[in-house]
Design a protein around this ligand. Structure first.
Ligand SMILES: NC(=O)c1ccc[n+]([C@@H]2O[C@H](COP(=O)([O-])OP(=O)(O)OC[C@H]3O[C@@H](n4cnc5c(N)ncnc54)[C@H](O)[C@@H]3O)[C@@H](O)[C@H]2O)c1
Ligand SMILES: C[N+](C)(C)CCCC=O
Length: 507
């Protein structure tokens, strides 16, 4: 049974531990993409609000000399992170429902996202605690009259700018490590899906997070994101989104030599070899790699390369499985493909499909609105063949349930095709031969390699890309380092004079 939609809470901007109306009083409508109805609105922050949010974060960073947050022990911060995780678990079904209403993703996926959100806060609570014991580790030096150690310190006030595809999860991948590190933060979620991020503000109030430690400002990219990225009192910007916006963020930050980390787009390959025992297992991973979350996944394996010997069989099975996907209102039980996030995204995906057709590719399956769904931004799972490497569908990120499939005959051809992209986020290999898997793990130019699967993601393991997919790593211990700066501390431990200069005459 579908869950009954609830009222969408009306929230302000979350600044300094409380709600504030946006300075210009403007709000943005929230549209449920599965029904095309307006279900609420969110505040539209502008530069004036960014000013207030950054000031609140700065004040929280310095309050009482940092004793209560930035210089407090990791154990102190861990308590707050665990309290947030507990609240996420308690409110899981409400949050998942809001996420689905806001983004169109199947409710089962939104529920899994909330589990991941809670797990991420818990994981960084553990790291914050463990961190206390790892500080000031001595560095071995070649001179015994000096002692040295490295002190890791929070980088300061951080600006966190996030996308709409996993709204609360992508925010959490930044908020949890930033807070664990002792930073204070201003989060700017995507204007296309901000509801659950605002609910995180409500949770911060409930658990008594010190005011200003986390501030959440919703609004448009150029109006709220741009002033945050260029703000002189923001010490670092962590951005997830498109490569085009990533370039703008990096340009703005460069003016102040401000560090950035960028998690950007992808056009990841999945290479299927002919030595596999079970073609359906491969097909299911291929499906998960492109149709989960409606293909709106940065790491989606949107280019399948299949060995020519099994290509026909693989494609037949892929189409058969794709026909079986339940496409429905995302609140319906068993839904596996909901709507895409917005009308704009829907139109963009349809344009990609028509351009592929016009360029000579074959739409083997899908490519249109499902006939049984008259409203909502739904697109069938779409499989495209007869693709050449100059086509747009091969080169550009669609961010929808659209996969292109190409055959290869040799391993080296597969590697060349896999790397024939400006992106470098992820890649997958499906083969029974461990040596092939090992060789391709090294040969594929990407930050994440999946072997005999696609898309599994664990908070303990590093996440991020190369090439135009960005740089820096989230998750795991690498995620914490994103929000730390390293200070070298060196002490002279001898009573002897240094002896470089001659002392002045005592006469
Ligand atoms: N690598 C990853 O881990 C990862 C994860 C999720 C999504 N993504 C990528 O995100 C993209 C989809 O997300 P999107 O459409 O929300 O991306 P987007 O670039 O349009 O927006 C991302 C965020 O940037 C803000 N923004 C827009 N213009 C800005 C500006 N001038 N200055 C500062 N901020 C600005 C937006 O408001 C939003 O909050 C895809 O390309 C996808 O691959 C990457
Ligand atoms: C691994 N997940 C959960 C699919 C998240 C991917 C993040 C990028 O879109």
């Amino acid at each position: 049974m579908a869950a009954a939609p609830r009222d969408v809470p009306r929230r302000g901007l979350f600044i300094g531990g409380g709600w504030r109306e946006p300075s210009l009083g403007r709000r943005l409508p929230v549209v449920n993409p599965a029904t095309e109805t307006t279900i609420g609105d969110v505040p539209a922050a502008t530069a004036e609000d960014v000013e207030l949010a950054v000031a609140a974060a700065r004040e929280a960073f310095r309050r009482d000399g940092g004793r209560h947050w930035s210089c407090a022990s990791g154990a102190v911060r861990a308590k707050f992170l665990r309290a947030i995780a507990a609240k996420i678990k308690e409110k899981k079904s409400d949050l998942a429902l809001l996420e689905t209403l806001d983004s169109g993703k199947p409710l089962d996926e939104a529920n899994a996202d909330m589990d991941d959100v809670a797990a991420c806060f818990e994981y960084y609570a553990d790291l914050a605690e463990a961190f206390d014991g790892k500080q000031r580790l001595p560095i071995s030096l070649p001179m015994e009259n000096f002692k040295s150690y490295a002190l890791k310190e929070p980088i300061g006030v951080v600006g966190l700018i996030t996308p709409w595809n996993y709204p609360l999860l992508m925010a959490t991948w930044k908020v949890a490590p930033a807070l664990a590190a002792g930073c204070t933060a201003v989060l700017k979620p995507s204007e296309l899906a901000s509801l659950t991020c605002l609910e995180l503000g409500a949770i911060c109030i409930e658990i008594g997070l010190p005011p200003g430690v986390l501030n959440i400002i919703t609004g448009l990219g150029p109006e709220a994101g741009a002033p945050l990225a260029s703000h002189p009192h923001v010490d670092k910007v962590a951005f997830t989104g498109s490569t085009e916006t990533g370039k703008r963020v990096m340009t703005a930050a460069a003016q102040m030599v401000k560090p950035v980390s960028l998690e950007l787009g992808g056009k990841s390959p999945l290479i299927v070899f002919d030595d596999i025992d079970n073609i359906d297992n491969a097909v299911e991973w291929a499906m998960f790699g492109i149709f989960a979350n409606g293909g709106q996944v940065c790491s989606a394996t949107s280019r399948i390369l299949v060995h020519e010997k099994i290509a026909k069989q693989f494609l037949d099975r892929l189409v058969a499985w794709a026909k079986h996907i339940k496409i429905s209102d995302p609140l319906e039980e068993g839904c596996r493909l909901g709507s895409v996030v917005s009308e704009g995204q829907y139109e963009k995906i349809k344009k990609f499909i028509s351009t592929a057709r016009n360029e000579g590719a074959t739409i083997l399956y899908g490519g249109a609105r499902p006939q049984h769904l008259r409203r909502g931004f739904f697109i069938e799972p779409t499989i495209i063949t007869d693709v050449s490497t100059s086509m747009q569908i091969w080169r550009e990120e669609v961010f929808g349930p659209v996969v292109c499939v190409k055959e290869f005959s040799t391993e080296s051809e597969a590697v060349e095709l896999a790397n024939d992209t400006h992106y470098g986020l992820a890649g997958g290999v499906i083969s029974n031969d461990p040596e092939i898997c090992e060789r391709l793990t090294k040969a594929i130019q990407a930050g994440i390699i999946w072997i005999n699967c696609s898309q599994p993601c664990f908070v303990q393991a590093p996440w991020g890309g190369n090439k135009r997919s960005g740089f820096g790593r989230e998750l795991g211990e690498w995620g914490l380092d994103n929000y730390m700066t390293v200070k070298q501390v060196t002490k002279y431990c001898s009573d002897e004079p240094w002896g470089w200069y001659q002392p002045p005459s005592k006469l």
